[in-house]
Design a protein around this ligand. Structure first.
Ligand code: NAI
Ligand code: CS2
Length: 496
């Protein structure tokens, strides 16, 4: 039996149901990229908002790439469950606001129609960092990238996220309708501004008047989004099936923690997300910076150093006698001093809570998953923090070790010479650098520092930065037992 409107009544009582009448919803929002994160985050807040304050806030999901989401959710009438895990305990809730899924490459007209619908006043996005088609170091639109270049040539039949948004603005303006509020929920630095700039840069290239209209009328709020949502594994689906008494191909697993901070900048109606637990504030930057640096920075360090140490899961890295304390010190000594505490979020308790979240063994969060797309993540997670440390004349050995960990990982060969399945838009290039440099730390450094989209122009010119990364690469690549442990001991200066 598969979850759907017809089988819904057979779900066990312990599954929390939507607190509203699903049949009263209409498509008032579009979401681009209905992956794991959207289902366990924005979808939950929207369900809470509808239950608290009503509204017809149904969502049409659009997949810009694969059919996966449609295959998972289409036969289920858009229904799916979210499993919240801690210890042995798992709580299930059913989400009711997803009304349908469109796979854009199969049905481009339906995707364009959904975005042009004047009833739709909000578009949210979780398309991964690389989905924006921007340079990770500067935020500039990559006009030569395949999808973006194709869309600039034929903007009426787009295939990229930015192309779809601009075409929707064009259609709405031409029909005399208002634009929607576009909300990036990806872990980009200043995600609202990055999305706005990418849209404006694209629109200026195709129609400057349209760009001026978007700039005047549309809104791109900044957001800080947080909930750890690991990719669903096949045995997660089996386990959920055993608990639910039916198959839910759209099931996602997550942690209890949930946070959404949204800038109060909307150009039309929106769900009462604040009544659903989100914070709507005038300035998101301090929240976003604290989250990207203290959660995602250490997460990436855990991913690269943990993977190279032979750990499959985040909680194993946290239990490692060298890496656990390394992560604590990285947060407390090198990252926190670059931040000011956001309103109501003192950094000490925040860091303690983050470590506990990383220790949640029920999540089974793979280091390999977090290691993906490092070229798109490094600037906001680690390198900008290094820039602040260096400007303050403060040491950054642990941050440098994490960066060196990425460099080794991105070559596609681990410390024993075994192949790594690297998923990254730059993987071909980084593998080539790795192949040419071999195990020579200096050559590796030189090759990687040429990646301007990652390191910018300032860091490669900084002798102290080069020396810091080089020394960590040397330690990692030296022969002998357990180089990651040795490197952690080196940067801890004997501190435990
Ligand atoms: P996922 O792999 O389950 O889903 C990714 C979605 O992005 C899919 O719908 C995919 O089709 C789409 N996508 C990938 N490349 C694209 C491209 N080039 N253009 C357009 N769409 C593209 O991943 P998940 O877990 O949903 O995460 C997605 C993003 O959400 C992350 O990259 C991150 O920015 C953000 N996020 C994720 C969290 C998590 O713990 N999973 C928590 C906080 C933020
Ligand atoms: C992770 C994030 O996959 C990754 O890169 O660091 O997706 C992380 O789980 C979220 O940002 C938590 O909110």
């Amino acid at each position: 039996m598969r979850l759907s409107d017809d089988t819904l009544s057979a779900l066990p009582d312990r599954v929390q149901r939507p607190g509203y009448d699903r049949s009263a919803l209409r498509p008032r929002m579009v979401h681009l990229g209905v992956g794991a994160f959207h289902r366990a985050h924005q979808a939950v807040f929207t369900d809470e908002a509808i239950a608290a304050e009503g509204g017809e806030w149904g969502v049409t999901g659009i997949s810009l790439r694969s059919r996966t989401a449609e295959e998972q959710l289409g036969p289920q009438d858009g229904l799916f469950t979210v499993g919240t895990r801690e210890g042995e305990d798992e709580r299930f809730r059913l989400i009711g606001n997803l009304l349908g899924i469109v796979t854009a490459p199969d049905a481009p007209e339906a995707a364009r129609g959904a975005l042009a619908d004047p009833e739709v006043t909000v578009v949210t996005l979780t398309i991964t960092e690389k989905g924006y088609g921007i340079d990770p170091a500067t935020g500039a639109l990559l006009t030569a990238q395949d999808d973006i270049a194709a869309d600039l040539r034929s903007p009426r039949t787009p295939r990229s996220a930015i192309g779809y948004l601009v075409e929707a603005y064009r259609a709405r303006r031409e029909a005399g309708h208002a634009p929607f509020t576009a909300i990036s929920c990806d872990n980009l630095p200043s995600n609202g501004e990055r999305l706005r700039q990418a849209v404006l840069q694209f629109a200026k290239a195709v129609d400057p008047d349209l760009a001026a209209w978007i700039e005047r009328e549309a809104a791109f709020p900044e957001t800080m989004v947080d909930r750890i949502v690991p990719a669903t594994a096949p045995d997660d689906l089996d386990r959920a099936e055993a608990a639910l008494g039916m198959r839910d191909e759209g099931y996602v697993k997550t942690e209890p923690f949930l946070q959404w901070v949204i800038e109060d900048r909307f150009c039309g109606p929106r769900p009462a997300w604040d009544a659903g637990g989100a914070r709507i504030v005038s300035e998101v930057a301090p929240f976003e910076l604290a989250k990207l640096r203290l959660l995602n920075g250490p997460h990436s360090a855990i991913a690269y150093l943990g993977y190279l140490s032979g750990h499959d899961f985040v909680h194993q890295v946290m239990a490692d006698p060298a890496l656990g304390p390394f992560v604590r010190d990285l947060m407390e000594e090198e990252i926190a001093p670059t931040l000011s505490a956001p309103d109501g979020m003192p950094l000490g308790p925040y860091m303690g809570a983050l470590r506990e979240r990383f220790e949640n063994s029920a999540l089974q969060h793979r280091t390999w998953q977090i290691a993906m797309d490092g070229s798109q993540k490094l600037p906001q997670r680690l390198l900008n923090t290094i820039r602040d440390r260096r400007a303050a004349g403060a040491p950054y050995d642990r941050l440098a070790l994490a960066v060196a960990g990425w460099i080794v990982y991105a070559t596609g060969r681990d410390l024993r010479g075994e192949e790594i399945d690297v998923r990254d838009p730059l993987s071909e290039r980084t593998a080539k650098i790795g192949a040419e440099a071999g195990r020579d730390p200096q050559k590796l450094l030189e090759g990687f520092l040429e990646l301007g989209g990652v390191f910018g122009t300032d860091l490669p010119e900084d002798e102290a930065f080069r020396a810091a990364i080089l020394s960590k690469l040397k330690t990692l690549l030296e022969s002998g037992e357990d180089p990651v442990q040795r490197a952690c001991a080196e940067v801890s200066g004997g501190k435990r």
